[in-house]
Design a protein around this ligand. Structure first.
Ligand code: AMP
Ligand code: MN
Ligand code: MN
Ligand code: MN
Length: 275
């Protein structure tokens, strides 16, 4: 079975519209798909059905939050989309994103990079504004050459545009997901640039707050990372999830549906659902 439980559409910072994404996933032979846009479930608004002839879609979202000053992402999978808790959460996060974006623009302005707010609003259009839109603005205005440089110099961890303090606490995020009948999963645990000890401590706190699982596979990753995460997942008695973190076609490290099988001994999160 081909499972991809972490993907982005143009409703946040992905390139394909939700319907294009679904079509692509079907062509890639995905059996179980979740569209997990950043802090929004807008991708599901116009979906007629969560089932097609070949694929089941699991309603999902990727929330931004913070644990002890480290920015982290939590996936809410198999959530009830009409849940009050999720809707309230989305509203709070969308306000936080707006304030954050204005602050990023202000901070860039102080560095002499003018008018990014207007520019970013134009680039994002109807999409939820995120740092990739700022990156695009920096590229378009010739400040940097590419996305990597934009994050390295201005937007990545510890840089001017890395503003975290407006997100809801991770405990609230997990509570929204649980109230919506969903499963809270720590996204891409290997991407936080924290020590193994800190990751274990993060997972303890995450579990205490009601978190249920972690991504063991995120896109294309090395075997040693998979083995390390699988071991931690089992030690902590967490459910295991997997996803590409697909944003656009053409990036081999995050190709849609191109997700290695979970290692033996991991309890797949989807086995815990009544599908
Ligand atoms: P935000 O949701 O506004 O915090 O932006 C985070 C998003 O930026 C991630 O989900 C990625 O899509 C993107 N991103 C983060 N780091 C990089 C990077 N180094 N290069 C390109 N895109 C990145
Ligand atoms: Mn993204
Ligand atoms: Mn993420
Ligand atoms: Mn993601």
């Amino acid at each position: 079975m081909k499972v991809d439980l972490h993907t982005h559409s143009s409703v946040s910072d992905g390139k394909l519209s939700p319907s294009e994404l679904i079509q692509e996933a079907e062509s890639a032979g995905v059996d179980l798909l979740s569209i997990t846009d950043h802090d929004t479930c807008e991708a599901y608004t116009n979906l007629r059905s969560l089932k097609s002839s070949s694929m089941t879609i699991i309603p999902g979202i990727e929330f931004s939050t913070e644990w002890k000053k480290t920015g982290i992402h939590i996936l809410g999978l198999n959530i009830q989309l009409d849940s009050d808790a999720i809707q309230t959460g989305i509203k709070k996060q969308s306000e936080a994103r707006l304030i954050r974006a204005q602050l990023i623009a202000e901070k860039l302005g102080k560095l002499g990079i003018k008018d990014s707010w207007e520019g970013v609003k134009k680039i994002a259009g109807e999409s939820v504004i995120g740092r990739p839109h700022f990156a695009q603005f920096l590229i378009d205005s010739g400040v940097v050459k590419n996305m990597n440089q934009a994050f390295d110099k201005y937007l990545g961890a510890g840089k001017t545009g890395d503003v975290k303090q407006y997100w809801a606490p991770y405990t609230d995020v997990i509570e929204w997901i649980n109230l919506a009948g969903g499963t809270a999963i720590l996204a891409h645990p290997n991407k936080y640039k924290i020590t193994r000890t800190k990751l274990l401590s993060l997972l303890d706190d995450f579990k205490t707050a009601g978190g249920k699982g972690m991504e063991v596979i995120t896109g294309k990753q090395t075997l040693d990372v998979t083995e390390k995460l699988a071991l931690i997942c089992q030690q902590k008695n967490l459910l295991a999830s997997c996803g590409s973190d697909f944003h656009q076609p053409g990036l081999s490290w995050a190709a849609l549906g191109n997700v290695a099988p979970l290692p033996l001994g991991c309890d797949a999160v989807w086995e815990s659902w009544n599908l």
